[in-house]
Design a protein around this ligand. Structure first.
Ligand SMILES: Nc1nc2c(ncn2[C@@H]2O[C@H](COP(=O)(O)OP(=O)(O)OP(=O)(O)O)[C@@H](O)[C@H]2O)c(=O)[nH]1
Ligand SMILES: [Mg+2]
Length: 322
């Protein structure tokens, strides 16, 4: 996968979707953590870095951690293997790729959790299920329970409050609402979350997200694009690509011009259903390189803040002396 796209601030679509129930959900997760024996974080197999909660490692306090890469039926299998190898390197972390196409893979968890955590006095292991919106948390809980206990749906923010589910086999699950974080520091992660369907439609600009996706697919999955849109050669630019496939699909507006909103939405939807093929939006190598830049930018911002504070204090002292 090509190192794409660069972290370009000018291109940055800011995502402002942090509804009240999410900050409440984060508070509730902090409250329940001392009472849980292990954490199951569900990330999207197509974006395991961008869909991982950046603060969960701070909450974690060394508790056993199971990372489930969900919707793996939609992801590029080669990239999923790279991610599994990457996560297994971490201490006290197990990782598993799962999909509802193979519910038996999900049920493997029932044979794993006892070796990961110690039961409480009542013989139960309590696991917190956490993850971004629409990643499949409630679906996985229903498969583990063997019946429909938690409400599911193909849009973000279906689960609105915490729910305790006793499987009566030694495992107690805490379902929680999907959470994002107040600020998505990596602009590419913002796009990836938007393309994958984790962000409410009304909080994103599909034209911009579609352009990002078009550029990414052209660069990283050209053969799949040629096949899907029956093209022998591909245009070089994202806009041209949208223009060509927009005409092909009859996404036209007044005056016969391509309706970019329509074709962008169609492209995003075809990605979400894997109609375009099996596509992952990030590899461990790319994610780690981006993360290093993000961390450096954060450190620089912190240093600037500290310097501004130091200067304010000096000015305050100087005024007090006068
Ligand atoms: N293709 C595919 N779709 C899945 C898979 N797992 C879940 N889904 C679908 O993803 C959508 C979201 O599932 P939910 O279980 O409601 O997701 P959630 O994480 O509980 O979502 P919130 O409660 O909104 O945070 C549903 O339409 C599921 O059918 C999977 O492995 N593959
Ligand atoms: Mg849910």
């Amino acid at each position: 996968m090509a190192p794409f796209p660069p972290l370009c601030a000018a291109q940055h679509m800011s995502i402002n979707w942090f509804p009240g129930h999410m900050s409440k959900a984060i508070r509730e997760i902090k409250d329940i953590l001392p009472k849980v024996d292990m954490i199951i974080e569900i990330v999207d197999a197509r974006i395991p870095y961008s869909s991982a909660n950046p603060v969960i490692s701070q909450f974690r306090a060394g508790k056993p951690f199971l990372k489930l890469l969900s919707k793996s039926d939609l992801a590029d299998p080669v990239v999923t293997q790279q991610w599994l190898a990457h996560f297994q390197k971490e201490d006290n972390v197990k990782a598993l790729a799962v999909t509802t196409v193979h519910p038996e893979q999900i049920r493997q968890i029932l044979g794993m959790y006892q070796s990961m955590a110690k039961p409480d006095k009542l013989g139960n292991i309590t696991a917190l299920i956490t993850g971004i919106p629409n990643v499949g948390k409630s679906t996985i809980i229903n498969i583990l329970a063997g019946k429909v206990i938690a409400k599911t749906g193909n849009e973000p923010a279906i689960t609105k409050g915490q729910q305790r589910i006793d499987l009566h086999n030694g495992l107690v699950l805490i379902d929680s609402p999907g959470i994002l974080w107040p600020k998505i520091e990596n602009p590419n992660s913002g796009y990836r979350l938007a393309v994958s369907g984790a962000i409410k439609e009304t909080a994103i600009n599909n034209d911009e997200v579609g352009l990002w996706a078009a550029a990414f697919f052209l660069k990283n999955y050209p053969e799949l694009m040629k096949k899907r849109f029956k093209l022998e050669t591909l245009p070089e630019l994202d806009v041209e690509f949208l223009e060509v496939i927009g005409r092909q699909r009859g996404c036209l507006g007044s005056g016969g011009h391509v309706d970019f909103h329509k074709i962008a939405t169609l492209l995003i939807n075809e990605f979400r259903t894997a109609t375009l093929g099996l596509i992952s939006l990030e590899t461990p190598e790319i994610a780690m390189a981006e993360d290093a830049i993000v961390q450096q930018r954060l450190a620089e911002k912190e240093a600037l803040k500290a310097e501004a504070q130091r200067l304010r204090k000096l000015a305050f002292k100087a005024r007090a002396k006068k």
